[in-house]
Design a protein around this ligand. Structure first.
Ligand code: SF4
Ligand code: SF4
Length: 761
């Protein structure tokens, strides 16, 4: 027995006694407290897990077998929230059985997510100072937690086990103890500094993101005071735990007469010197140490019990949520479940476990709230409030208990109404709120914890559409789409009429094999203001020798916005028509003028049989310009460029338009909000078909004002809808005299005309 223990050091040398002066009774009370708090923690976690288990499958952790069986489109996607991390391969196209979003978390994506979590990448994005402070708190907390676990292993397992074997041993001494002390002190100090910054920011930072005022104002009023109190309780508890820990250490060092090795606890050492400096002797310090020990211990036990009932739970839920995050959930929506007795979400049982986990993961950081164009324009939608309302409703419905983390309302409607009669789409989240969303995905992109607002909003919209709860203008656009295949309600034979004014014929890809099939999109084909742009692009491509053709009347609306409105049946009808048209044509690639069409053709149509790549026209133009196929003369013009949401944020196409501008010699001044942080024009998600006259400020007007702050002559767009939205916004904001809205196509044409003139001269 003794020989088995021979390699372990004896419990002598530099160390500290864990329960020094606490006594046997005190030790017993401590363990009773620890048992109680751990039991409450486990019970609270179990209640949460039980709620998630109630959710439908989300298809995030499919078995290896089903992943092998699933069709793979090999699409590259960013693997972590915010899209900042490396890319990964999503295995399996979205399933159409409605049980999964098509994203499989495998070892690679999970590893990427965990690295992002460890580096706090998603928290640092958009707010570097808060991210760094959170990093300090995050690693400080983990280090102190590991320190406590190490101490427990030594005291409760190693010592007891070796004692039972005959001779008590411990590794918590000597060099190990000194290293442990300096690491925990340093990380504890980092934790304190991070906490101080976060508390200062909350108290004095005047951050709009941390203002809990609702976007939608419920009748009868509301109070979110508990949110504020809960935040401060969480921060205050953590800070008090740290402070008492350091004070305890300082009084212990003072009481033990400054043993020289305790200099390895530098913060405690400094506090001990302070204690001595104010005249507290060793006896007094010993008494205070005992009191401080109990305060610290009770507070720590209380904190453990409090975690699953409070904001502190995000420390656990966020890890799981980031790992299970599907970066493609908005760009590639999944079909409604077959066999359900209703379409879209009506009850809590309609939600997947990931959607329920989303609700508990929200930290109320407000980053989505300040990024949302609907919120900024005075609409009743805030993605933060959307999640918080659903969370409260889900908790009410399942008897969940939260502590200082609830909104109070005098009425029984809205999120407080957790009874079975309440409809989630319409009562918990109002109809107006749901129709305010442009599906721009700024919320998903901004959220540091992997919450997927857009796909949930679309599920609720599906239910509204099913019940006919939509604006007449939207209804009429959907009717047009169902009858004519376009939202303008024009005969499909008119779709290619814009080509009549060209002095060459655009090949019909259904009868003539072409390299590129140009999917023009409704706006570029039917809107008279945009038809000239389409003709200009056709001329540019024709003159550059590009082999392209059209589907003519067989092109129907791509259905991207129809799907995001929630009209899945119509979406599938449009897709099936277009896929049949693609199959009747002969081409190698598709390019489209419309970023919305690009999104669905690229990400959703493959599930329906499209097996050709889809590009945006700026990608084609960039290649042509760089290869010299389009002769141009440098334009001496200062421009800014607006990234369309569906191009930049959804599909990562940010460089090609800039390559075009560079090739044209434009002096590009970036918008403050650019690339994946772009700001929506307000037209997406079917909003183009809805009335926006009630908004305080249209998103497009907000954007034009942003551009007007820059010293530029042109506001460049790369989307037909953007061209109309921003041309109107420049007028309504009074900036049209000094800020000209132009499409990339117009700039290319201007540069090549200038080159022609030089040649002619
Ligand atoms: S998708 Fe855009 S408009 Fe909709 S909630 Fe998110 S940020 Fe707001
Ligand atoms: S949903 Fe995400 S971004 Fe929005 S408040 Fe919650 S945690 Fe922050």
């Amino acid at each position: 027995m003794t020989s088995a223990l021979a390699g372990l050091p004896l419990a002598v040398e530099e160390t500290r006694e864990v329960f020094e002066g606490i006594g046997t009774l005190g030790e017993g009370i401590f363990y009773a407290l620890a048992f109680t708090s751990t039991s409450v923690f486990a019970w609270g976690c179990w209640r949460r897990i039980r709620k998630y288990r109630r959710g439908r499958p989300a298809g995030r952790f499919r078995s290896r077998e089903s992943r092998v069986a699933a069709p793979s489109n090999g699409e590259r996607v960013t693997a972590t929230p915010n899209g900042e991390q490396a890319t990964a391969v999503v295995q399996g196209a979205p399933t159409r059985n409605g049980s999964a979003n098509g994203h499989t978390v495998d070892a690679g994506t999970a590893a990427h997510s965990l690295v992002a979590l460890a580096a706090n990448t998603t928290v640092r994005k958009r707010d570097r100072a808060a991210g760094i402070a959170h990093f300090l708190v995050f690693w400080g907390f983990i280090t102190l937690f590991i320190g406590t676990v190490i101490l427990t292993i030594d005291y409760d397992i190693v010592r007891n086990a070796t004692n039972a074997l005959g001779e008590e041993r411990s590794f918590f001494k000597g060099a190990f103890y000194l290293g442990y002390s300096v690491i925990l002190d340093t990380m504890g100090l980092a934790f304190v500094l991070g906490m101080l910054y976060l508390m200062w920011r909350r108290a004095f930072g005047h951050k709009a993101a941390l203002d809990y005022t609702r976007a939608e104002k419920p009748e009868g009023g509301y109070s979110r005071d508990e949110f504020v109190q809960g935040d401060w309780l969480f921060l205050g508890l953590l800070f008090a735990l740290l402070s008492t820990g350091f004070l305890l250490e300082g009084f212990r060092i003072r009481a033990s007469g400054f043993p020289s090795f305790e200099v390895w606890s530098p913060v405690g050492w400094l506090i001990a010197r302070g204690v001595r400096a104010v005249g507290i002797g060793t006896g007094g310090a010993g008494d205070v140490r005992i009191a401080m020990w109990w305060v610290h211990a009770v507070m720590a036990m209380g904190f453990v019990a409090y975690i699953p009932f409070s904001k502190a739970m995000h420390m656990l839920t966020d890890t799981a949520n980031v790992v299970a995050f599907d970066p493609a959930s908005a760009r590639r929506l999944h079909a409604p479940r077959p066999g359900a007795d209703h379409i879209g979400y009506r009850t809590l049982d309609d939600f997947t476990w990931k959607e329920l986990l989303d609700l508990d993961s929200c930290t109320k950081c407000g980053r989505c709230h300040v990024a949302c164009p609907a919120t900024a324009s005075g609409a009743p939608l805030s993605p933060r409030d959307f999640i918080l309302d659903l969370r409260q409703w889900a908790d009410e419905s399942t008897g969940g208990r939260t502590f200082l983390d609830r909104e109070r309302r005098p009425t029984t409607t809205g999120p407080l109404a957790g009874n079975g009669d309440v409809r989630v789409a319409g009562d918990v989240i109002t109809v107006e709120t749901l129709w305010s969303c442009t599906t721009c995905m700024a919320c998903v992109e901004a959220c540091p914890v992997g919450i997927e607002h857009v796909s949930t909003i679309v599920e609720l919209r599906r239910n509204l559409v099913d019940e006919g709860a939509m604006e007449p203008t939207l209804q009429s656009a959907l009717q047009n789409l169902a009858q004519q295949g376009n939202s303008f309600g024009k005969s499909s034979r008119m779709r290619a009429r814009w080509t009549k004014e060209l002095d060459f014929e655009v090949p019909d890809a259904r009868t003539t094999p072409v390299r590129y099939l140009w999917f023009v999109g409704d706006f570029a084909a039917f809107d008279e203001r945009l038809q000239e742009l389409s003709r200009t692009l056709a001329r540019i491509l024709h003159d550059a020798g590009v082999d392209f053709g059209l589907l003519y009347e067989d092109e129907w609306n791509s259905g991207n916005d129809v799907r995001r409105v929630g009209e899945e049946g119509l979406f599938e009808m449009l897709v099936e028509h277009n896929v049949a048209a693609f199959e009747s044509a002969s081409f190698d690639e598709i390019f489209t003028t419309d970023p919305h069409s690009l999104n669905t053709l690229r990400n959703e149509y493959p599930e329906f049989g499209l097996d050709k790549p889809t590009r945006h026209y700026t990608e084609v133009l960039a290649d042509l310009l760089e290869s010299g196929a389009i002769p141009t003369r440098s334009l001496d013009v200062r421009v800014t460029y607006h990234d369309p949401c569906y191009l930049a944020r959804y599909n990562g196409v940010t460089d090609p338009p800039r390559r075009v501008l560079r090739a044209l010699g434009c002096d590009l001044v970036e918008m403050p909000r650019n690339k994946d942080n772009t700001f929506c024009c307000g037209a997406g998600g079917g909003r183009i078909w809805m009335d926006d006259s009630g908004l305080e400020e249209r998103p497009s007007e907000n954007r034009i004002r942003e551009a007007a702050e820059l010293d530029v002559e042109r506001f460049v767009v790369a989307c037909p809808k953007d061209f109309t939205m921003y041309t109107d916004a420049a007028k309504t904001t009074g900036h049209d005299d000094r800020l000209q809205v132009v499409d990339v196509i117009q700039l290319v044409d201007e540069a090549r005309v200038a080159a022609d003139l030089v040649v002619t001269e």
